[in-house]
Design a protein around this ligand. Structure first.
Ligand SMILES: *Cc1c(COP(=O)(O)O)cnc(C)c1O
Length: 227
């Protein structure tokens, strides 16, 4: 079942990329495995899936200890500064950096672990009170303050736009994230040594996100079923 679901998602990614005139290999599928048991992740790995997304650090830690030698785990949930150590040492990439204190802690622990940590800046393009992310107009200042953190590599931006039943209504938020990412890249502030990464799009809207430039799509339900 998971194998078939993955194949269907990759098919849709290929199609969306082709329609957008993009190469499908620019796009990484992150299988969001939060609240799914280890056996489901193992099944996805057996089907060839490499990248997974987790929202809760304790759960992620257990999964990484069991399966981390066979897969990459991205952290996509809200992250407390006091949990930065495990996140910085265990995860392949942190998508949800949105404040200086958290960045400082991640940098400190990445340094202690002698690694460069790939991160994304989460931007609250929908300006929703209950959601994490820096406001678009504050992103540049945050990133400027982060330039001294040499163990963090800011590869791009991530967003969780407002929920809309019609994915077309989410398109402007994806477009805004891309525009902001390109501006910051032009200023030499992010994605200096790599192509700009844009983490956007979930089960309901990843094709629209790909049309707007997503390079990392985070798909849970359409692969693993409801949580
Ligand atoms: C849960 C989650 C997803 C996956 O959502 P689905 O609708 O199940 O595809 C993607 N991104 C984030 C940040 C999430 O928390």
């Amino acid at each position: 079942m998971i194998k078939e679901n993955l194949a269907a998602i990759y098919e849709r990614i290929n199609k969306a990329a082709a329609q957008a005139g993009r190469q499908a290999d620019e796009i990484t599928l992150i299988a969001v495995s939060k609240r799914q048991p280890l056996a489901m992740i193992a099944e996805a790995i057996a089907a060839g899936q490499l990248d997974f997304g987790e929202n809760y650090l304790q759960e992620a830690t257990e999964k990484i200890k069991a399966l981390g030698h066979q897969a990459r785990f991205h952290f996509i949930g809200t992250l407390q500064s006091n949990k930065a150590k495990d996140a910085a040492t265990l995860c392949a990439m942190i998508h949800t950096v949105d404040r200086l204190k958290l960045a400082r802690e991640l940098n400190k622990h990445a340094k202690a672990a002698n690694r460069t940590l790939a991160i994304l800046i989460q931007v609250n393009v929908g300006r929703e009170e209950q959601k994490g992310g820096v406001l678009p107009e504050d992103a540049e200042e945050l990133i400027r303050q982060m330039q001294e953190f040499c163990h963090l590599e800011i590869q791009g931006l991530m967003t969780m736009p407002p929920y809309r039943a019609d994915p077309e209504e989410v398109r402007p938020y994806f477009a805004e994230l891309r525009k902001l990412g390109e501006e910051l890249q032009h200023k030499g502030l992010i994605a200096v040594h790599c192509p700009l990464q844009l983490s956007m799009g979930m089960s309901g809207d990843f094709e629209v996100a790909i049309a707007e430039g997503a390079t990392l799509v985070r798909v849970g339900t359409a692969i693993f079923g409801t949580r």
